[in-house]
Design a protein around this ligand. Structure first.
Ligand SMILES: Cc1cc2nc3c(=O)[nH]c(=O)nc-3n(C[C@H](O)[C@H](O)[C@H](O)COP(=O)(O)O)c2cc1C
Length: 349
């Protein structure tokens, strides 16, 4: 069912909204994208358009659901299948207080039978794949027992795709951010799960920042999921199609991606009243690694929070960046210098 190896971008609340996903899709045509976690209540009782709408270009696109009630999840599954998502993923890894209060997310690592029931009910309801994203364990767990028990339950109900964030979740005393930094990474537990369940599609997540790392990990698992690095260095994804899917096509340059994204922002989205700042904020890390990127970020962070989001803001910020022939030979925007970036930014506000 899945092309292997499969590279994906992690669900990230407030980061992987539809605009960020559109931007990332311009960089890689193949990578699997995930929505932010959407709570079952929002799907069943909220404004569906706000939570579920996406652009067809974002495909392949999976949705991540948060919840722990099998029948609510089954109802949601039916709804999101109609919206055309490629896969449904159940969140069994979020440690936030709010999520713990609702008894879903990482808490479910302690309730393997319930997770299996949730997955089974969704599987019975829809035809799209159901996957689970979990942690390696909880708190002071030693060894693989908790993860092994969870995966055994999942395997018994026929779930065949697992994404493991290779860290335990510590349920007390750490913020979600600290829970992505402090519990140590343990890839061996993920490799071991793949060895014990060879029939399962196992994706490793956590701490991946380079293609070198991806290539070291891939022989031992079926897929790699990249989180923060995809947001903070989006052009890391530029080589994904060629390296892992054998596309043999040249990827878009930064200027071409920016051009297409601005077309999406200014032509497609603004007509629906989407505030420019909600889309421009995802360009903050756009020039990661390019000379002048620091000044670009500084200009945007000084101006976007003040509500100064306009093409003029981008033009001003872009003065620090100079891209010629897709490369950046200089960080000083000289008079008369032919800069593709500045040509690509429209002059009207
Ligand atoms: C801002 C942010 C929001 C996140 N929101 C979610 C979420 O909604 N669902 C989820 O399963 N994980 C969420 N995560 C965790 C990531 O999916 C991923 O598991 C984690 O960042 C480790 O991967 P990385 O080291 O490649 O970033 C979030 C991470 C970040 C940085």
């Amino acid at each position: 069912m899945y092309r292997r190896p499969l590279i994906s971008v992690a669900p990230m609340m407030d980061w992987t909204d539809r605009h960020e996903r559109y931007l990332l899709r311009l960089i890689s045509t193949k990578i699997l994208l995930y929505t932010e976690m959407i709570h079952v209540g929002a799907v069943l009782h909220g404004e569906r358009d706000r939570h579920l709408a996406y652009s067809p270009e974002e495909h392949p696109l999976a949705i991540q659901l948060g919840g722990a009630d099998p029948s609510q999840l089954a109802q949601c599954a039916a709804i999101v299948e109609e919206w055309g998502f490629f896969e449904i993923n159940l969140n069994v890894g979020c440690p936030s207080d709010r999520v713990q209060h609702g008894q879903f997310g990482a808490c479910l690592m302690a309730q393997p039978a319930r997770v299996a029931e949730c997955v089974a009910r969704m599987q019975d309801t829809v035809n799209i794949p159901i996957s689970v994203k979990c942690r390696t364990g909880l708190d002071n767990d030693e060894g693989i027992d908790r993860l092994f028990t969870l995966v055994t339950h999942l395997h018994q109900v026929g779930c065949d795709k697992l994404i493991v964030h290779a860290r335990h979740a510590w349920l007390n005393g750490l913020s979600p951010k600290q829970n992505r930094q402090i519990p140590p990474l343990n890839y061996q537990l993920v490799y071991e799960i793949k060895r014990l369940f060879p029939m399962m599609h196992v994706t490793l997540n956590g701490g991946i920042q380079s293609h070198k790392q991806i290539q070291q990990v891939l022989p031992k698992v079926d897929g790699v999921m990249v989180g923060r690095a995809a947001y903070q260095q989006p052009f890391l994804l530029q080589e994904v199609d060629n390296l892992y899917y054998g596309r043999g096509v040249s990827s878009k340059s930064r200027v071409e991606v920016l051009d297409s994204y601005l077309d999406y922002v200014l032509v497609q989205q603004q007509q629906f009243g989407v505030p420019l700042s909600a889309m421009v904020r995802h360009l903050f890390h756009f020039f990661h690694g390019v000379p002048g990127a620091k000044a670009w970020r500084r200009y945007l962070s000084d101006n976007l929070p003040r509500g100064n989001a306009s093409v003029a803001t981008l033009r001003e910020a872009a003065k620090s960046i100079c891209i010629e022939d897709g490369r950046c030979p200089t960080n000083s925007h000289q008079e008369g210098h032919s800069c593709q970036l500045n040509h690509s930014l429209p002059s009207s506000p």
